[in-house]
Design a protein around this ligand. Sequence first.
Ligand code: ADP
Length: 385
Amino acid sequence: MAMVSEEQVLNALRNVRDPDRDKDIVTLGMISGLVVKGGNIAFAIEVDPARGAALEPLRQAAERAVDALPGVTSVTAMLTAHRPPPGMGARAGGHDHAGHGHAGHGHAKPAPQQRPARTGVPGVRAIVAVASGKGGVGKSTTAVNLALGMAANGLRVGLLDADIYGPSLPRMMGLSGKPETVDGKVLRPLVNHGVKVMSMGFLVAEDTPMIWRGPMVMGAIQQMLRDVAWGELDVLVVDMPPGTGDAQLSLAQNVPLAGAVIVSTPQDIALLDARKGLNMFRRVDVPVLGIVENMSYFCCPNCGHRSDIFSHGGARAEAGKLGIEFLGEVPLDIAIRETSDGGAPIVMSQPDSEHAKVYRTIAAKVWDKAGGGAAVRAAPRIVID
Ligand code: ADP
C-alpha cells in the first residue's frame, strides 16, 4: 500500500478554499496538528470562532479532498477556534459541564444475547479491549498510554496488539526484534517500560503486505492470546482492529473480555461511528466500561494555548445519553504523538504532565470497572479446558 506523506495531504488541502477569504486553507495557515499514520489522517482546521459551525461544509470538503488521495483509508478533520493567547486562562475550566452526573441515569440495557462460553487465559485476571469505530482516532495511542497508566498504578500489565492490519504497538512501545519461544511451543512476550507486549509486528516484517481473511485473523489473535507466556497479569489490554466488522465481532465474541473501552474523536461520535462500536459489544454481552474522547480539544504547539474543537464534548453527551461512563478527554497535542510515535509514550516519558495524569485517571477508572471484582464475578461462566 502506498504511503501517504504530509506533503501529499497538504497539497490536496491546497485545493480547498475558504469561501469567505478566497484563498486555500493551507496558504491561509488554517491547518494544524496534522497527523499521518499509514492511511489514517487527522488534522485540525483553525477557524474564526464567530464562523464556527457554519464551516461544516468546509470541513467536509477538506475531508473529501484528502480522502481522494490514493492510500488514504480514513480522514478526520476537526474545526477548532484558536483564540489568541491573552486572557486564555478564562477558558481552562469552561467546558467541564459541572454537575452532569450521568452515573444514575438508569438506562435500561438492551437484552443481551446469551453470552457464549469464552475460555479464560490462565494467569490473566482481566482482559480489557480498546476499540474504535474507525481507524486513526487514536485507539492504539490510548491503549498504550492506558496500559502504562495501569502499570504506573501498580498493576501487572500485558498489551496485546490485535490490530493486525496495522500493528503499531512495537513502535509505540519502543520494541523490535523477534520473540523467543519457550520449549519451542509458546512465545515469550517482549517487555518494555514494565509492560509485556505481543504483536504480529514482531513476527512479520513491517513492509510485508499481509492479506488477512476472517478466520485467519481470529486464529492469529487466539494464538497471541493463548500461545504466549503472559505469566501472571492483573490486566491484559487488547488493542482491537479498528472498526466493527466481522473480525472485531468474532474477537469480541471469542475472547473472554472483562469489558471494552471505546475511543472516539468528537467528530467520530457525531457521525455515529463510535456508537456502532458500542452496539457491537452490547450485542455480544461485553460490558462497555466507558468512552474516552481523544483529540478532544487542541493544544497549540507554539503557545500551548488550549482551544476547543467544534463538537468537543460530544462523547461526554453521547455517553450520558447511552448510560455509559465518560472516562475522560485527551487533547490533540503533538507531544502525545511525538512521544508515542517515538517509542516512549507520554505516561512514562513525561509522568508529571497533565496528559499523563489524565491517562492514569482513566486507567484507574477502567481497572475499577474491569478489575478483580468483575473478573471474579464472570468466573462461573469461564470454562477451563
Ligand atoms: P488508531 O489506533 O485509532 O488507528 P493511533 O493511535 O495509531 O490511531 O493514532 C494515529 C496517529 O495519531 C498516531 O500518529 C498518533 O501518534 C496520533 N495521535 C493519537 N492521539 C493523539 C493525540 N491525542 N494528540 C496528537 N496525536 C495523536
